[in-house]
Structure formats: C-alpha cells, structure tokens
Write a protein that binds this ligand. Structure first.
Ligand code: ADP
Ligand code: MG
Length: 595
C-alpha cells in the first residue's frame, strides 16, 4: 500500500515540477526523462536478461534521424511523399526501421556468447554512428536542423515545459509496460535467462526468442527516446548517438540498479545531474576544458561495482518498506492436465547410447527403459556417467551414437525444449534456481509451456486470468512438495535440500508424464528424505514414470522398482533392487567402495 502512496507522490511531483522549476531545471529534467526511457530498456536487456549492449545510443539515433529526415524532407519521391512532413510518420517509420535493424542485429549478435556479445554491439554501434555522419542526405556531421515542433491536441510544443509532460508521460508508460512484462509468464522466461540457458530451455522457454524480444523492446524504447529528442532539440547530429553515449546509458542502468526498473530513473537522474555539475566544476578545477567527467564516472562505476553491485535502487528500497512482488495466490480454475499414459507403458527407451567428450567415453552402449508408473533408479559411483546419460535423454546434450525414444517417438536429436513439450521434465544435480526470485515464481517457470499469452498481452497486463491460473498451479505444486511455508521467500534463502525439492515442484508444474531427477535426495535430512520418498511413491501411484539418479543407497533400495548400475560409462548390472544389491560386480564397483 505504501508503495502506491509513493507512486502517487512521485506523479504529483512530476505534475507540479515544471511550474516550480526554472527553465534550466526543466530542461535538465527533460533530459533525465529521455535518458530514463533508454535506461529502462537497458535494465530489461542487461540488468534482467544479462545481455550487455554498448549500442543503445545507435537505436536512439535511428529514432532521431528517421523523424528528423522525414519531417524536414521536401523532395521525397512521389510514392513516398505521404511519409514526409509529419513527426507522427517519422515516429512510425522510426519504429519500423528500428525494429527491422534490431531484429537483424539481434539475430546476428545475440548468438554470440561471453565477451563476444558486447564486442559485437560495439562494432555495430560504431558502424551506425559513422553511417549517420557520412550519409549526405542526413546532413553529414553537421546533421539536420529545422525539425518541426510537435503538436499534440492542438498544442504546439515549442516550450520545454509542455514537452516535460509528454516526456514524463512516456517514461511512466515505458516503466509500466516493463514492470508488467517482468511480472508475467514471459517475464519469468526473460528472468530465467540469467539462471542459465540450459535450465530455461529444459522448462520449455525459447531462450533465443526471449533474447530477441528484450533486445527489440530495448531498441524500441531507444528509438522513442530519439524521436522525442529530435523534436525537443529540433536539431540532430551524430554526436549524441555515439558509442560514448551508449556507455553512458550503461552507466545509468548499472548505477541505478541493474535489475530494477525504477533504478533506471535514479541512474539517469544521478548521472545527468552529476555530469552537469562536473562539467561546470571540473574544468575550473583543472584550469582546462575537456571531458573530465568521464574520469569521475569511471571511478564511480568501479566503486559501485565493488561496493554496491546492485546499484542505488536496492539501497533506496531498504529505506522504504519493500513491495512484496507476489504475496498471495488467488484461487483460479486449474490448468488443464494431460492424461498420464497407462501404467506399464514404455515411456523412455535409450538404445546403445554412446556419448564422447573428445577422447573420453562418458557413456558407452547404454541401454535403459522407463515405464509409466515405475521408479527406475540409475546408480553408480561418481563420474560413472549418470548425469551425462540424463543430459542425453533430456536433450540437454546430444548422444554421439545410439537412439533415444520417448513415448515411441525418436527424440535423439531434439532440443530439450522440444522434449519438454512431449512431457519430460527434469531437475538438475547442481541446483539451477533464480536465487532472488520467490519460491512460487521459480516453480512457475516450470509451467511456462502451459500458458500461451505472449509479450504484448503481458506488457498490457491482458493475461491476468491465465497468469492467475499459472500461479495457482505453481502454488499447488509448491504445496505438494511440502514447501508451502516458504512460498514467498527468495529461493536462494532455502537450504540446499529444500532447493532440490523446489526443483521437483518446478518440474511438476510442467505436467510431465516422465520425471527425471538428478540426485534429489542429496543434502536432504532424514525426515525430508522420507517425505520425498513418500511424494515419489505417490507420483508413481498416479501413473508417473520416474527416472532417478541417486547416491544414497538406502533411499534407492526402499523406493525403486528397478535399478540400473553404471560404472565407467557402462551398464554393469540391472534388476530388482535386492538382486542388484547382491550382485558381486556391483558390490565391488560401488557398494564396496561406499560401505
Ligand atoms: P556422474 O553423474 O555419474 O557423477 P557425469 O555424467 O557427470 O558422472 O560424468 C561422467 C564423465 O564425463 C566424467 O568423467 C566427467 O568428467 C565427464 N564429463 C561430463 N560432462 C562433461 C563435459 N561437458 N565435457 C567433458 N567431460 C565431461
Ligand atoms: Mg552426476
């Protein structure tokens, strides 16, 4: 509730600010608004999605130049004449142009990983900058002047004070859209990018698409900022769209609070005011003119990265009561579920699977089968190749040789996302959760494939009915695995054992018929293990097939219907738990070593 008051107070402040502030300060606030729009996009792209871009200013430039050119053009060819003379056409064309360029650049650069992505963005950022400066019809380095003022509701916006309201209205809309997006199924998919592509894909998220989406949104925000800039300034040249400015936008996003949407406004404000101030004072101090503020920014950024990685926003929110993102789950009509296959039906079959990593044979001629309504345990000493086998059957990795069939269909070369769609869901040996996200939301990532509402309806919050059902389902699964009391806590605050259990809840949210659990009992206390065994028995009773990799022999022996034992990548025994337990080769290889 308090949050709402703060928001109202902020809006009230925005409404009266132009009446109170001097011309100079209104201009400063206008610039903060323009920068905020770009920085919000960067928060989404870099802070939330983890994709570093040094090219945002170039998109601002596309928006600025598109409208600058079209709204001042007098000699457009006949077929394009309707595009000229209007800022609104400039906006439309700018948006289309930016979307096209961003899609192209996104498809080219977003495949790059690690350092190559920022390097890629630097490359095209510089290219676009020089393009602006060298194209004759864009006025070269002198730019384009005489851009008409905007007219809105009959009001000509020649005055910074009028423009103020337009800019800040756009800022608020952009913030609203972004917050909405993040608080949705698509938003969880975007946030899951930081938890690693492997996890997100295994939950059915099309990570390549999610990356392109945030890249596109960030670019479009840049474009809109550029459009506003051009009509505020009534003049454009290449300078404000350079790599240097892109770096400044990154500063704003990181300083404000990399992953926090409101932080973008704080970052834009702090950097803009600081820059103004430093530009006034530093030359006096040094007795020479120059971009000294960049030096201070450099130190500031290093300081922030060392002392307050998450930027200023989290420090501010510590002072005011936190908004609990989601605190209640409302009852909603349950999501439709798929009927489980009849018990005994073969779900998964691996035939002669071989997996080599260079010269290392991690899996050699592995065969296994899992039926509906049974628990199959895959055991073996550390390094035997169990996780590798898991990865091969779940599509995380691809078998070098051999065949994997799931529900009678060959899935050997399918992606994990495709396999997830068919009804296989898994957990990871090394827990892959989003530490700062709540238990509930982590589980809800698993339900990704059960929703269908896309980005636009998420941004406009038109998908609330579906979202309620997804969250209700996540809550049901969290409760089912016994984590109800921690539902709204951050996943990172749970004990490791509970985190593993949460991974099971997340997997169950996908409504699978086959569950792959990689060492689910590791780190669990005795009673927790008992509860887990109880849950797995119940799932088996309902007809679910479960493939379990486990270390804890007692746990497996009391639970599994059949056991496959691996050593050095090969199957050395298979059978009922009691049989396997008595097998001399197994005792030698595994039990002997452990007991
Ligand atoms: P387990 O899960 O039974 O403990 P793993 O399947 O994790 O065993 O590992 C089997 C073998 O394959 C180990 O020797 C491991 O070092 C190797 N291995 C696993 N993943 C990779 C990889 N991505 N690249 C190279 N070697 C790997
Ligand atoms: Mg393993």
């Amino acid at each position: 509730m308090q949050q709402r008051y703060l928001l109202v107070a902020f809006i009230a402040l925005l409404l009266i600010a132009p009446q109170l502030a001097s011309e100079f300060h209104v201009t400063l606030l206008n610039y903060i608004g323009l920068y905020s729009i770009v920085a919000v996009g960067l928060v989404l792209l870099t802070g939330v999605g983890g994709l570093m871009s040094f090219g945002q200013a170039a998109f601002v430039g596309l928006g600025g130049y598109a409208t600058a050119y079209l709204s001042t053009a007098t000699e457009l060819p006949g077929w394009a004449a309707f595009l000229g003379g209007s800022p609104w056409m400039g906006l439309l064309v700018g948006i289309l142009l930016t979307a096209g360029v961003a899609l192209l650049l996104g498809l080219l650069t977003l495949r790059l990983s690690g350092h190559y992505l920022p390097l890629g963005t630097i490359a095209w950022s510089i290219s676009l900058y020089f393009l602006f400066g060298n194209l004759e019809f864009l006025g070269g380095h002198t730019g384009i002047s005489g851009i008409p003022a905007l007219t809105l509701f009959g009001l000509q916006m020649k005055d910074g004070r009028n423009f103020f309201y337009l800019i800040w209205a756009v800022v608020m809309v952009v913030v609203w859209l972004t917050l909405n997006l993040l608080d949705s199924r698509e938003g969880r998919a975007i946030r899951a990018l930081k938890g690693g592509v492997v996890m997100a894909e295994a939950m059915g998220v099309d990570t390549a698409r999610s990356k392109v989406v945030i890249f596109l949104i960030a670019a479009l925000f840049g474009c809109i900022s550029g459009w506003l800039y051009a009509h505020l300034q009534r003049f454009v040249n290449p300078t404000p769209f350079s790599l240097y400015m892109s770096i400044e936008y990154l500063f704003m996003a990181v300083l404000g609070g990399a992953g926090h949407v409101w932080g973008a406004l704080v970052g834009a404000g702090v950097i803009t005011i600081l820059k103004q101030w430093l530009q006034d004072w530093l030359p006096k101090l040094f007795g020479a003119s120059g971009n000294f503020e960049m030096i201070v920014f450099g130190f500031l950024l290093v300081f922030v990265l060392q002392r307050a990685r998450d930027g200023i926003w989290p420090i501010l929110t510590r002072l005011i009561p936190q908004r609990a993102s989601i605190r209640t789950v409302v009852a909603a009509e349950p999501l439709p579920t798929k009927a489980l296959p009849d018990a005994g039906q073969v779900l998964l079959e691996a035939n002669n699977v071989v997996k080599r990593f260079g010269g290392l044979v991690a899996n050699n001629n592995m065969n296994l089968m899992v039926r509906a309504g049974e628990i199959m345990a895959l055991i073996g000493p550390n390094g035997a190749g169990k996780s590798t086998m898991f990865n091969c059957v779940s599509g995380v990795d691809r078998a070098t040789e051999g065949k994997v069939l799931f529900r009678g269909r060959e899935v050997t070369s399918l992606d994990s996302r495709e396999i997830a769609k068919l009804g296989m869901s898994r957990t990871f040996q090394h827990v892959r959760l989003l530490a700062t996200m709540s238990v509930l939301e982590n589980a809800a990532i698993g339900a990704h494939l059960r929703g269908s509402k896309a980005v636009l309806s998420s941004m406009l919050h038109l998908e609330r009915a579906e979202e309620k059902r997804l969250l209700a389902e996540a809550a049901r699964q969290v409760e089912r695995v016994g984590l109800k009391d921690s539902m709204f806590e951050a996943a990172g605050s749970l004990a490791l054992g509970q985190q593993r259990t949460l991974e099971i809840a997340r997997a169950l949210c996908a409504d699978p018929c086959l569950l792959l659990l990689d060492e689910p009992a590791a780190g669990l206390r005795y009673l927790e293990k008992q509860a887990l065994a109880e849950l797995l028995r119940k799932l088996r009773g309902e007809g679910m097939g479960i493939l379990l990799v486990e270390h804890d022999m007692d746990f497996v022996m009391g639970l599994a219907d059949r056991v496959v034992v691996m050593e050095f990548g090969e199957k050395i025994a298979e059978g009922l738990p009691e049989e396997v337990q008595r097998n001399p080769a197994v005792i030698e290889a595994y039990l002997g070593g452990v007991e």
